[in-house]
Design a protein. Structure first.
Length: 182
């Protein structure tokens, strides 16, 4: 069995890309983590699983991508992507390993958001702002986004903004957030 030494991992219910790790995450340093080579790691990311291993945490690599997995009662509880440098080194180690047959049982599909964590936060803040703001601020936000100063009711403006933030999030909303909250 091969090991990878001195690595930082950010375990969560779904893997978070390295470039999105933040100071608020519980990033932990591991001094020694076993590495296994598998055919493909995508199912380990996509599904909740029960894995027949007595080691935790460990890293799986298919030679191209790698993921760290933490088990609780043989169930995949947490996943962590690796930093780019660590992933490259792990994949190099894995390329010299034989493929390990890991016994697992697939469960439900894991819910993985496809938005950046920062965008999710901005959406939440703006939705709350629209929901709880005074009428003049709602009118300002509506005008800032649409460029229109028509005679819509306050409720229509709120409804439009809530729907637009949820379904059409773009740079206008990022700029609005920066103007309102920073």
């Amino acid at each position: 069995m091969k090991y990878y030494y001195d690595i930082f991992l950010n375990f969560n219910e779904y893997p978070i890309n390295y470039y999105e790790w933040s100071k608020e995450d519980s990033i932990e340093r591991y001094l020694k983590v076993p590495v296994f080579r598998v055919d493909n790691i995508s199912d380990f990311i996509k599904y909740h699983m029960k894995i027949e291993l007595n080691i935790s945490p460990f890293i799986l690599s298919d030679g191209i991508n790698a993921i760290a997995i933490e088990l609780i009662d043989k169930k995949v509880a947490y996943l962590s992507y690796l930093s780019y440098e660590d992933e490259s080194c792990v994949n190099e180690i894995a390329s010299n390993l034989d493929i390990t047959s890991i016994q697992f049982k697939k469960g439900k599909v894991r819910k993985i958001p496809f938005e950046l964590r920062s965008e999710i936060l901005i959406k939440r803040v703006l939705l709350k702002q629209v929901e709880e703001s005074i009428p003049d601020l709602i009118k300002y936000i509506y005008y800032d986004i649409t460029g229109s100063d028509n005679d819509k009711t306050l409720e229509d403006m709120k409804e439009f903004l809530m729907n637009d933030i949820t379904n059409n999030f773009n740079d206008k909303y990022v700029n609005l957030y920066q103007n309102l909250c920073q």
